[in-house]
Design a protein around this ligand. Sequence first.
Ligand SMILES: Nc1ncnc2c1ncn2[C@@H]1O[C@H](COP(=O)(O)OP(=O)(O)OP(=O)(O)O)[C@@H](O)[C@H]1O
Ligand SMILES: [Mg+2]
Length: 266
Amino acid sequence: MTAKQPIVEMRNIVKRFGSVEALSGVSMTVRKGEVLGLLGDNGAGKSTLVKTLAGVHDPDQGDIIVRGQKVSPWTPMAARDAGIETVFQDRALAPQHSIVTNIFMGREITNGLGLLKVQEQIDEANRLMREIGFTSKVFNPESTVGHLSGGERQGVAIARALYNKADVIVLDEPTTALSLTETQKVFRFVEAVKDSGRTVVFIGHNIYHVWDIADRFFVIDRGRTAFEGEKAQFTGADHLIQLMHQLAETGKADTTSLRPVVDAVA
Ligand SMILES: Nc1ncnc2c1ncn2[C@@H]1O[C@H](COP(=O)(O)OP(=O)(O)OP(=O)(O)O)[C@@H](O)[C@H]1O
Ligand SMILES: [Mg+2]
């Protein structure tokens, strides 16, 4: 296994909401070309961590380092400039509108007079949908999003994220409300994004699902890093689950059972 190059490093991030400390010094690195599975109980701070990664929250303390350079202030625009696109848990697709309208909403392709370049948008939407492996013959860019299944809607949200040439796509619980078939559609979209050399940060509740899709795992607990590890460091999904159970029961996971990282960063 070759060490992957860091794209974004979040160092000692602290984020408070009034008296609630949602993040108490979390350090998480996102590497090029990986699917990073972010796990943790309800309220552990996963959404707060990815909202911070997206620049929605400027951390109270800590640094964000993009490709080796500290970026401050850290804003949604700075995150977008860094190639980070997020599909939020409370995401907003407009179901009454078409796929193409949803992909380009707020960043339409226009000509010099500000008129929509309709055909160009349709062609680009077709390209993006093919890129993530959207294979349905029933749907085309002009289909209404409200007619799509849950997994396909996630596909539209991913296509929308890709449109901005994102290097890192963050998906906050994209499969929580979905059936197994629909979840598998989302997995195929994630695989396609990974195969294109991009990075995906994937938050999920179902540990087996996250196990299947991720290369590396980062577990937070009550605003702190509990443990992290590459897939190859675990004997299997049950090993990861065992550590998560231990964490829930005792507040601490004993990671001495993790295999050492092979071929660590030189
Ligand atoms: N905007 C906010 N204002 C106040 N408190 C917040 C805000 N956002 C998050 N919190 C608090 O921060 C803590 C972490 O919440 P967060 O949404 O990050 O958890 P999570 O791991 O995403 O949980 P879930 O699995 O339920 O989505 C919780 O105690 C939550 O109530
Ligand atoms: Mg959340």
